[in-house]
Design a protein around this ligand. Structure first.
Ligand code: UD1
Length: 428
């Protein structure tokens, strides 16, 4: 298994290309199940999770054809075609590797009237139930049984439009129910829908495929079911979490970096919070320029659904706040177990106290390199960010987490001046 070695202290400077959004792509790809015509997705990131999703769709009978895969290019174009759905089962072996596999449930049910998907179970950041997905689909007329670790869903007479009010905002449940509702008979209203930009991206793609959706980008989505959808070509939005992560990386080194393709309007509270911490963002042609001239200041932030500060940015912000002037108070409200990076940051000299859902970070003048590893994707990125500012060589292990969500991370960071290499891990 590979590891990443970083020698900290280099100021990051230059231009870096932001890839297509992983989380948008993981909902857009299953949307291909909704039509027998081809769906072409442009700007798809090259990531392990995207490969896993493609592999799952292949098992269901969807053909995937990739173009534009030049090794020197970021992103690629994939045409997905579900001419015929040959299987309606998402097996445990794939779902356990990637929870987002649950997003085939709604589309399979809408297209085939039946779907069997392994229950995802918990993961490193918490329990992560799927009750909201299932209740939403039941409201649309699905009969659901849980049996031997699998969700078995059936809609004998087809799905019917309904009013669904989510008690909690859920990105995945909104996506699943939305993809089912677009082919249901009659009208649906989804209240307390997630408003994340990835949902907007999915809505726009579905509309391009012939779906009728209004209220896009709001907490109330109205869907008028149609009898069939057609093919489309759609460009995946830029990754707002990758953007925020590299903004933190630039900031911790006092750098000056242009994030090409980044879109300010998808960033929600991330920009405001980082500005409060002393990071500057300027719109430039084709992207966002991130600079940090003066010292970093501690901030008080709690994670929240969009447009609030994203839980997927909490670990990276924490790494930055480790070297800020004064104390920061970060509160995680979305997932119960999302401080797995704290002990690792502490090994690099950070001063962090966790009490329940809050973490108090007292800024220290500098971090020191250490061998570290993390248990999830964003936590791993926080260790990379810390390593960029630490004295000495930081070795980040379990790089497969990073490969799930950051397209060629070491290449991008080396391109803006970081001293970073990927090497084969010789350890046990
Ligand atoms: C998506 C993102 C993930 C991000 C998260 C929150 C993808 C592939 N993943 O995950 O990176 O961290 O949004 O922005 O897009 N919940 C329930 N019951 C359910 C579903 C969710 O109680 O049926 C709870 C969750 O445990 C969590 C909260 O709702 O506390 C939000 O989770 P949700 O928005 O569903 O996250 P995901 O869609 O899994």
């Amino acid at each position: 298994m590979d590891q990443i070695r970083i020698r900290g202290g280099r100021r990051l400077e230059g231009r870096l290309v932001i890839s297509g959004a992983k989380n948008a792509a993981l909902a857009l790809m299953p949307a291909a199940l909704l039509t027998d015509e081809p769906l072409t997705l442009r700007n798809l990131p090259r990531l392990a999770d995207i490969d896993t999703c493609g592999h799952l769709l292949n098992q269901l009978g969807v053909s995937t054809h990739v173009q534009g895969a030049r090794p020197d290019e970021f992103g690629r174009v994939m045409t997905l075609r579900a001419g015929r759905v040959s299987s309606t089962t998402a097996p445990y072996d794939i779902v356990r590797r990637m929870r987002a596999s649950i997003l085939v449930l709604g589309p399979l049910l809408a297209r085939e009237g039946v779907a069997t998907v392994s229950q995802p179970g918990g993961c490193a950041i918490g329990n992560r139930p799927i009750d909201l997905h299932l209740k939403g689909l039941e409201a649309l007329g699905a009969e659901i049984e849980l049996e031997a670790g699998y969700v078995r869903a059936r809609a004998n007479g087809g799905l019917r439009g309904a009013r669904i009010t989510f008690p909690t905002v859920s990105v995945g449940a909104t996506e699943n129910v939305l993809m089912a509702a677009v082919l249901a008979k009659g009208a649906s209203v989804i209240e307390n829908a997630a408003r994340e930009p990835e949902i907007v991206d999915l809505c726009r793609c579905l509309v391009a495929m012939g779906a009728r959706i209004s209220g896009i980008g709001t907490e109330r989505l109205e869907v008028e079911g149609v009898s069939r959808l057609h093919g489309a070509t759609y460009r995946v939005m830029p990754d707002r979490i990758e953007t925020g992560s590299y903004a933190c990386a630039a900031a911790i080194t006092g750098g000056d970096v242009v994030l090409e393709g980044a879109e300010r309007e998808t960033m929600g509270a991330t920009i405001a919070v980082l500005e409060e911490a002393g990071v500057s963002f300027t719109d430039v042609d084709g992207g966002l320029r991130v600079t940090r001239a003066d010292g970093l200041r501690g901030v008080t932030v709690q994670t929240a659904p969009y447009p609030g500060f994203p839980t997927d940015m909490q670990a990276q912000l924490m790494a930055l706040m480790c070297v800020a002037d004064g104390a920061s108070l970060l509160t995680e409200t979305i997932f119960e177990n999302r401080y797995m990076h704290v002990p690792e940051l502490a090994r690099m000299g950070a001063d962090i106290t966790v009490k329940g859902r809050s973490a108090m970070v007292r800024g220290v003048p500098r971090l020191a390199a250490a061998p570290v590893m993390a248990t999830d994707l964003r936590a791993s990125m926080s260790l990379v960010i810390a390593g960029l500012a630490a004295e000495g060589e930081t070795v980040v292990r379990r790089v497969y987490h990073l490969d799930r969500g950051y397209e060629r991370l070491e290449e991008k960071l080396a391109g803006i001046g970081a001293e970073i290499v990927r090497v084969a891990d010789e350890g046990p």
